[in-house]
Design a protein around this ligand. Structure first.
Ligand code: ATP
Length: 494
């Protein structure tokens, strides 16, 4: 399936559709439908459970989208959160300069300056993709959305372009209220807004999206003291180093985390640990390891705050693309906020009686929409008789669908089974069409277990349980359903 086919599947199945479509689409904005909202919540809940609730070293916050605008001055976004823009001199349409250069020439543009992109546009004779007019000199375009707060004109504020800064801006309040000691992390899931020049590839590049981020703090001299490093150091994965890309090469090499650390792919041991931990998390979700790779940022493309960044990339139909960025953000952000706010953001170590700005050894930043797209591409399988979404049961929008074989006589019993299931699992009731059609509808949205109530159910209190992937059917007592399905979800049996 290509990206357009996935977009049309998502619309048909109530997963995602363009926002306010009756008035015409606003590029870069999408809404979740009844199935999509369940799927995205399940992904977020699974992330939160794994990285916040199940860990002792991470606490959560939920910051507001609008903050004091000085937050974005301190962070550098007001001055430097820009993308390269070129405008057609004829039709006046605006484009992401690096993207059209990449498309026309196949050349890597990461880290190129505006002047270099302008030169490439001239030398490679790149024209407006729409009207073939001449393209203008490349300029910087700030991606932050601006608004006014209250009735006063000019009282401007920005919609946050990343969730990370809420964590830094709230850092003092968190430290004053929670008793945490480094190493520890502060996590957040929330909306972010970027006025992307050309939103594209369905939900891959949106203007309003969600991020799941952790800022993981250590003392500066302890960023290599990662107790769990040995647990992950033998994990093998495909890595494309910055050095290779600088030589124009693009083939990833398989190596262990330990070797990659020795080759300086990671900035510190926590950076290696978090990359491996998230990579493993993707595998546990059932993502195909052959489609994943780690790409180290080249020096020329590193963000101004980063001492080292790697991306976890997935091979979409449009090529390997970033799903998650994992950066060593140093002490940059807290230092900036301390300087501009004039508040002391140092950590006081009771044991050594010393004070210091803590070091962000790692920031893993994952986009909800990109994760969802990855889950769809990884899970959607076109089989001869059906389209089936093979996703892990723990993230499936509905765990169970209940059908009466014949509506007329069996509805009351089927509803009784449905009500029982609903108490434990997110469930769906369907009595329309043939059983075969009902199975197909559930297969398409990834429901792992279907229960059919038939005439025998009335006699022996048993139903037919049908598994999504194997399509195996078995007879099972209603009284045994809940523990059996709980076990199957836990073990990923489908
Ligand atoms: P890209 O290079 O693709 O624009 P980025 O490097 O700017 O991404 P980050 O600033 O590292 O992205 O943001 C962290 C994560 O947030 C990304 O890995 C991605 O999952 C998500 N993300 C960023 N921008 C968007 C967007 N416009 N739409 C959807 N998700 C996004």
């Amino acid at each position: 399936m290509n990206i357009e086919e996935v977009a049309s599947y998502c619309k048909r199945r109530g997963i995602i559709f363009p926002t306010s479509e009756i008035y015409g689409q606003v590029p870069g904005f999408y809404d979740y439908g009844p199935v999509g909202v369940e799927l995205s919540r399940n992904l977020k809940n699974y992330w939160w459970k794994t990285f916040v609730q199940d860990r002792d070293d991470i606490i959560g916050i939920d910051g507001s989208i609008i903050t004091n605008p000085l937050v974005w001055k301190a962070s550098g976004h007001v001055d430097s959160f820009v993308d390269p823009l070129t405008e057609c001199k004829k039709c006046k349409k605006r484009f992401r300069a690096d993207h059209i250069v990449e498309e026309k020439t196949g050349k890597q543009t990461d880290g190129l300056k505006n002047e270099q992109l302008s030169e490439l546009i001239i030398n490679e004779k790149i024209k407006c993709p729409d009207c073939k007019g001449d393209l203008g000199a490349v300029k910087s375009f700030n991606q932050m959305f601006c608004t006014n707060v209250g009735p006063v004109e000019g009282n401007i504020a920005y919609l946050r372009p990343e969730t990370a800064q809420s964590i830094f801006a709230d850092y003092k309040s968190v430290m004053d209220s929670a008793r945490v000691k480094p190493p520890f992390g502060i996590a957040q899931i929330g909306k972010a807004f970027r006025n992307e020049i050309s939103p594209r590839n369905f939900i891959f590049r949106k203007r309003e999206f969600e991020q799941m981020e952790i800022e993981f703090f250590t003392k500066a001299d302890k960023k290599n003291d990662c107790l769990d490093y040995d647990k992950i150091s033998n994990l093998r994965l495909k890595i494309l180093s910055g050095e290779k890309q600088e030589k124009g090469l693009s083939d990833a090499e398989e190596m262990s985390i330990k070797t990659a650390f020795e080759k300086k792919i990671f900035s510190n041991k926590w950076h290696a640990y978090w990359t491996a931990t998230f990579y493993q998390w993707f595998l546990d979700l059932g993502i195909d390891a052959n489609k994943l790779r780690i790409r180290q940022h080249m020096k020329s493309e590193l963000s101004f705050y980063s001492a080292g960044t790697v991306d976890i990339e997935y091979e979409f139909p449009m090529g390997f693309k970033e799903v998650q960025g994992i950066a060593d953000r140093t002490t940059y952000d807290l230092t900036q906020h301390q300087n501009l706010s004039k508040q002391n953001l140092e950590y006081f170590d009771e044991e050594t009686k010393t004070k210091e700005i803590l070091y962000v050894a790692t920031e893993p930043s994952l986009g909800v929409e990109r994760l969802l797209l990855l889950v769809l591409f990884n899970g959607l399988k076109e089989e001869p008789e059906r389209l089936v979404l093979k996703i892990h049961p723990k993230i499936a929008p509905y765990k169970i669908a209940v059908f009466p074989l014949i509506k007329k006589d069996l509805e009351p019993k089927a509803r009784e089974v449905y009500n029982l299931m609903k108490e434990e699992f997110s469930s769906f009731y369907d009595e329309a069409g043939s059983i075969g059609k009902r199975y197909r509808r559930q297969d398409e949205i990834g429901t792992p277990y279907c229960l059919t109530v038939d005439y025998d159910t009335l006699k022996d209190e048993s139903v037919t349980l049908r598994m999504r992937d194997s399509m195996k059917q078995e007879r099972i007592k209603i009284s045994e359903l809940i523990p059996k399905i709980k076990e199957a979800i836990k073990k990923g049996l489908v």
